[in-house]
Design a protein around this ligand. Structure first.
Ligand code: G6P
Length: 374
């Protein structure tokens, strides 16, 4: 009802603005990066505690659907760069039906807001059937089927999510996955004390950093007025932010019904550049990281074809607004945790574009909050 919405027009908007709280709650009680954080459930098998499991495994297999799949794609970058653990991410509905080569020393990680998605549950059972017994779920519902069936658990505390398009559950998953990365890095002896301290400080600052990003809403509303008139949009990102570009495109198509796709920017020349005209807005996720110079040259390629750029740049990126280029400057550069911040303006862009088009934001046509049948 209207009372629960408070000052917001839709649950999606409310949930976007709840993210500082959702992340603070998810990280509550995290004083150090201890494996026990992943061991908090009642029914785990005796002796199968997280510290033991984390030492035993040599690879990670992530299984998920939809937005949860994109948080898994982001975590792959963290797990390989920080914990140095080979990581595969698979769409659950593909994994469950293909022949794959099981490694019993794999940690199978399911990511699911609801804990009830039929394909993700079936993919978990498929992996177990192949002899992979070490399973962990990052899940937002403590009483769900997924939590009952996994050996280890990390419960995100995003709170009940009503909007069909997932927002706060996604950033809470990312927070849980970053902690998992650190816990695995620690178990493998790949995390110095100084690095651990640096990461913990950065994590504790996330709620305030998210709050500062939410304050960019008026600038995003200005962008959404352009997007509402378009029928197509392209999202570009590189590295850690390629999955964020994918998530931005998914949000836009889900709720505004604008056709959107995402590409890793280096692939531009291998296809999507053929689509670029002045009618094709190109959203570019451009944090000030090692790939920024490469990304700038991708942006020139878009401009040279008359494409109009909408750039999420960091404070220190040296990208200026000008003809055919609109820049929103993020308040600060956030290193490894930057995906949690860059996704927020993309959520707001989809939300306000959908509002401008008058679609049913919280209940988009043909979609369900929880897909419990195949
Ligand atoms: C549906 C929802 C999405 C969600 C996906 C996976 O498609 O509309 O928002 O990302 O299911 O759901 P899960 O509960 O497993 O994260």
């Amino acid at each position: 009802g209207a009372a629960e919405l408070g000052p917001y027009r839709h649950f999606m908007q409310k949930e976007i603005f709840e993210q500082p709280r959702a992340i603070a709650d998810t990280l509550q009680g995290v004083d150090g990066i201890v494996p026990e954080l992943f061991d908090q459930q009642m029914n785990h098998a005796p002796g199968s505690n997280a510290a033991h499991v984390f030492k035993e495994i040599d690879s990670v297999l992530i299984l998920a659907c939809g937005t949860s799949y994109y948080s898994g794609c982001t975590a792959k970058y963290w797990l390989e760069s920080i914990a140095k653990i080979p990581t595969q991410v698979e769409v659950a509905s593909e994994y469950r039906y293909r022949e794959s080569v099981p490694n019993p020393r794999t940690l199978v990680v399911t990511i699911t807001q609801s804990g009830e998605t039929a394909d993700t549950l079936a993919a978990l059972r498929h992996a177990q059937g192949l002899g992979m017994t070490h399973t962990l779920t990052i899940c937002n519902v403590a009483t769900s089927a997924m939590v009952r069936e996994c050996e280890l658990t990390y419960i995100t505390r995003a709170g009940i999510e009503i909007g069909v398009a997932s927002t706060k559950a996604f950033t809470a998953q990312l927070a849980g996955l970053f902690l998992l990365t650190l816990a695995l890095a620690q178990a493998k002896g790949r995390l110095s004390e100084a690095e651990e301290t640096r990461h913990l400080i950065a994590m504790r600052h996330l709620p305030a950093a998210l709050q500062a990003v939410l304050a960019l809403e008026p600038q995003v509303i200005a962008w959404s007025e352009d997007f509402a008139k378009k029928e197509n949009a392209l999202f570009l990102g590189r590295g850690l932010h390629y999955p964020i570009a994918l998530e931005g495109a998914l949000k836009l198509k889900e709720i505004s019904y604008i056709h959107a796709e995402a590409y890793p920017a280096g692939e531009l020349k291998h296809g999507p550049l053929a689509l670029v005209t002045s009618a094709m807005p190109v959203v570019t996720v451009a944090p000030n990281d090692a790939l920024l110079e490469k990304l700038k040259s991708n942006m020139h390629e878009v401009r040279a074809r008359g494409g109009v750029l909408y750039v999420l740049a960091d404070a220190d990126s040296h990208i200026e607004s000008g003809e055919g280029i609109h820049v929103i400057r993020m308040p600060e550069h956030y290193g490894e945790l930057s995906p949690l911040l860059h996704v927020v303006p993309l959520q707001l862009l989809a939300y306000h574009t959908a509002c401008a088009r008058g679609t049913d934001v919280d209940k988009p046509r043909n979609l369900a909050k929880s897909v419990t049948v195949e």
